[in-house]
Design a protein around this ligand. Structure first.
Ligand code: SF4
Length: 367
């Protein structure tokens, strides 16, 4: 239950999105929540990383009293007690609970989260991303193509165990990757093992339109059609004024599945240049990110037939991890852009230098 909304069972498949504005820019965030609400969002997520963000949230809540808000927490899990009065749900990422307070066992941190969620009647999402997996699970996993899947499933199993130990039932699980086929496979495996747990579906960093919609559609059509998926989020790289499109695309895909209109092939076949980019959120380190992502798409079009992956990410939270598997990966800092080639850091470049540098590297890989 997210407030009055049921996720799972016979309830409709709910659609959600996330604000990309700076949370402390109260006016802009309220505007964006309204834009997403008007598009028909059931749930709206906001990132909270500091006490200042919580103060902003308190202001925001007054202007949008009816919105079902979910908070995205990263390392600073203790913020849950401060945000709890203003929201209906909290998402945490098992991979991020390892970074702060290293001497506190993760299980104790989860107990803190579930205790607060019980007290304030909140729902939780255990949100696992392939790009930010629990480091302890990653090391345990075999170094083959199933590494991500094994590590992600091991992590989610552990956290479901914690929920059971603490008698907490009001939760949903997500297992996301930027590869639609991985999303299909892992969610099928999860649904088989945990058929009673509601699932939040999403393809992370699906990128810009139209490819972002295509990748998401392939994953959702394959899963929703067999009854897997209870709430969805479409992650698209869009300017702030167009964030409503995430909701519109999500609703369109669900409508099509209900009506039996399938547009995708059974599997996603990646041919040619693959550009993945994050949808951005309040953590984005420079507002030039969306323009940079668009520019990367534009200037790399000459390599459209090369089987290479370029990742463009908005910040250091998920940037370093999500670029690990790309041939070339960029992530933004306030005044520079980091560039990685097949897992190895090449350096930091200014916003002016990065595009020519990327093209040089792409040319050498293409050759
Ligand atoms: S990479 Fe950073 S900016 Fe982009 S969506 Fe993830 S947390 Fe937000």
């Amino acid at each position: 239950m997210v407030g009055d909304l049921i996720i799972g069972s016979e309830s409709h498949i709910s659609v959600q999105s996330m604000c990309a504005t700076r949370t402390q820019d109260v006016e802009a965030t309220i505007r964006q929540i309204r834009l997403i609400e008007e598009a028909g969002a059931d749930i709206i997520r906001i990132a909270i990383d500091s006490k200042k963000d919580v103060e902003a949230l308190a202001q925001i809540r007054k202007s949008v009293p009816k919105a079902r808000l979910v908070i995205d927490l990263q390392e600073n899990y203790r913020l849950i007690t401060l945000v709890a009065p203003y929201v209906q749900k909290v998402r945490y990422n098992p991979g991020h609970l390892h970074h702060h307070e290293k001497s506190t066992p993760v299980k104790d941190k989860v107990r803190f989260l579930t205790d607060t969620a019980k007290e304030f009647n909140l729902a939780l999402r255990i949100g696992v991303n392939f790009g930010s997996l629990d480091p302890s699970k990653k090391n345990e996993a075999k170094k083959d193509e199933a590494e991500h899947t094994d590590a992600a499933l091991a992590s989610v199993r552990e956290h479901i165990g914690y929920m059971d130990d603490f008698g907490f039932k009001n939760f949903v699980v997500s297992l996301k990757s930027s590869d639609p086929n991985e999303v299909i496979d892992i969610n099928k495996a999860f649904a088989e093992e945990f058929s009673e747990i509601p699932i939040h579906l999403g393809v992370t960093e699906a990128g810009m339109l139209p490819m972002g919609e295509i990748k998401t559609r392939v994953a959702f059509e394959n899963l929703l059609a067999i009854g897997i998926g209870d709430t969805v989020r479409v992650s698209l790289t869009l300017p702030n004024t167009e964030k409503n499109k995430e909701i519109e695309v999500g609703k369109k895909i669900i409508e099509d599945v209900y009506a039996g209109r399938f547009r995708s092939v059974p599997r996603f076949v990646q041919e040619g240049l693959n550009i993945i980019s994050c949808p951005s959120c309040s953590r984005v380190e420079n507002e030039a990110f969306v323009e940079l992502a668009k520019k990367v798409k534009e200037v790399t079009s000459q390599y459209a037939d090369k089987n290479l992956t370029v990742a463009v990410m908005g910040c250091r939270v998920n940037g370093p991890g999500e670029t690990d598997d790309a041939d070339l990966g960029l992530w933004c800092a306030p005044n520079h852009v980091n560039l990685k080639k097949r897992g190895e850091l090449l350096g930091a470049f200014s916003y002016e230098e990065i595009v020519p540098k990327l093209l040089t590297e792409l040319e050498s890989l293409a050759k």
